[in-house]
Design a protein around this ligand. Structure first.
Ligand SMILES: Cc1ncc(COP(=O)(O)O)c(C=O)c1O
Length: 467
């Protein structure tokens, strides 16, 4: 194929997509040599993908019992023609009703949602980008607590031209979002002549795997109120918690503070998706919930660029309006997540590795600072490469999440079988032992491939650590 960059737009040739991040490079390396129990037992185990495969059987059994939903029938009659025709960009009313009820159910029915404020999008990726288009101009900024989901460089910045300014959180207090960190980020943006339009959080946090506390949410609300800016809360993991009570939605805090009639109510927006809680990232189902009429109408017009297909909306409207099913699913899924989370934490402990105390998400935020050859991002990258090639695990380095301290990694636990997770932990344990005791010298073939890998990636590493 040809490459003719001079004939193309700046967007097509610029480097701000984030594709060269170790987060995405790790996926590429995994694809070249994926672990398989029998076909490739020494391959790389994918621990860098936040997918939930723990409850597929529950969804499959619902589909079996409700064949009409996937065969595009209603009460046994085909509705194929109805679904195949032009779709109104407002979405199917039945699906929007089911979505707002599901959002409320996940929040223990403490908050209620109105379909008129809901905009459907092709996943949270599209929801986050659409919100940026609505809330900020190119060159204006959003503040994001670090570490943050690596995909945000693409979703928030790439096409919109919006800038991200990090709110540096620290391991000293469990990466809490403090008032001083918020103020510091705001000042940094001002020094860079960037107008701050809002703060964006993920609650529960990706990659920390923990819910944002009420105290932090109150602090954030006070901050955005004072600065007269927006607050976007990406609540994609709201149902992916080990205990439902642990999760507090930002709307609960606003209601508790009687802020429904204040302007901060209109400036607080929620992002959601079924990619994590139902484990359906391939279905591309997301949503924006906003109390601002202009945001809702603009985002609805923009949703034409990324609609959810009618048959997906139909199937999921049937599934989510089955209240008995959703309630059983959420409970059972949480039970399974808790079990998996426990296995990962225990496996890491056996390998002498700690992680941040967590209660949500599909991953843990793991402290490998003691395994670094030097307490630098170079040291972190060196360790990451060893873990990829010598141990055969793809994990996400903290640098790819813009963490300000080297030595932290995100490890996912729900995208594989229990046996694979045990194997991953066994591999990690022997690696740590070999590091400690120098018992297991690196085989020469592996050392050769490690050297090739190190030189191949050295240039992309530079760009990432310098960002
Ligand atoms: C915090 C966060 N937001 C958004 C997304 C994108 O989700 P979707 O598959 O719905 O586009 C992810 C996916 O990992 C995520 O972790």
């Amino acid at each position: 194929m040809m490459k003719l960059p001079h004939f193309l737009s700046k967007k097509a040739t610029c480097n701000s997509h984030g594709q060269d991040s170790s987060y995405f490079l790790g996926w590429q390396e995994y694809e070249k040599n994926p672990y398989h129990e029998t076909k490739n037992p020494s391959g790389i185990i994918q621990m860098g993908l936040a997918e939930n495969q723990l409850s597929f059987d529950l969804l499959e059994s619902w589909l079996e019992k409700n064949p009409d939903a996937s065969s595009l029938k209603r009460n046994g009659e085909s509705i194929f023609r109805e679904l195949a025709l032009f779709q109104d960009y407002n979405g199917l009313p039945a699906f929007k009703n089911a979505m707002v009820d599901f959002l409320a159910e996940i929040r223990g029915n403490k908050v209620h949602f109105d379909t008129r404020n809901l905009v459907l999008t092709a996943g949270a990726t599209s929801a986050n980008e659409t919100l940026m288009f609505c809330l900020a101009n190119p060159g204006e900024a959003f503040l994001l607590p670090t570490p943050y989901y690596p995909g945000f460089d693409r979703d928030l910045k790439w096409r919109t031209g919006v800038e991200i300014v990090p709110i540096h959180c620290s391991s000293h207090n469990g990466f809490e979002i403090t008032e001083s960190a918020l103020k510091e980020a705001y000042t940094t943006a001002q020094k860079r002549n960037l107008k701050v339009k809002g703060v964006l959080i993920t609650n529960p946090s990706n990659p920390l795997g923990k819910t944002i506390s009420r105290a932090e949410l109150n602090r954030l609300v006070t901050f955005v109120e004072a600065k007269e800016i927006h607050l976007v809360s990406d609540e994609i993991y709201s149902g992916t918690v080990l205990e439902s009570e642990d999760f507090t939605s930002v709307y609960e805090v606003l209601i508790e503070r009687n802020l429904q009639n204040s302007s901060v109510w209109g400036r607080t927006h929620i992002v959601y998706s079924l990619s994590k809680d139902l484990g359906l990232p391939g279905f591309r189902v997301g949503a924006i919930y906003s109390n601002d009429e202009i945001v809702v109408s603009t985002a609805t017009k923009m949703s034409s660029f990324g609609l959810i297909s009618s048959q997906t909306q139909y199937l999921l409207s049937e599934m989510l309006s089955d209240k008995k099913f959703t309630s059983q699913y959420l409970t059972e899924n949480q039970k399974r997540l808790k079990n998996r989370h426990g296995l990962l934490v225990e496996g890491l402990q056996n390998a002498g590795i700690d992680c941040l105390k967590s209660n949500a998400g599909l991953f843990c935020w793991v402290d490998m600072r003691h395994l670094l050859s030097s307490k630098t991002f170079e040291g972190e990258m060196e360790l990451w490469k060893k873990i990829m090639y010598q141990v055969g695990l793809n994990i996400s380095p903290g640098a790819s999440c813009h963490c300000s301290e080297p030595g932290w990694f995100r490890l996912c636990f729900a995208n594989m079988s229990e046996d694979t997770l045990h194997l991953a932990m066994d591999r990690l344990k022997s690696f740590v032992e070999s590091m400690n005791n120098d018992k297991r010298p690196v085989r020469s073939s592996r050392r050769r491939s490690l050297t090739r890998w190190v030189s191949k990636l050295s240039s992309s590493y530079k760009t990432e650590s310098e960002r």
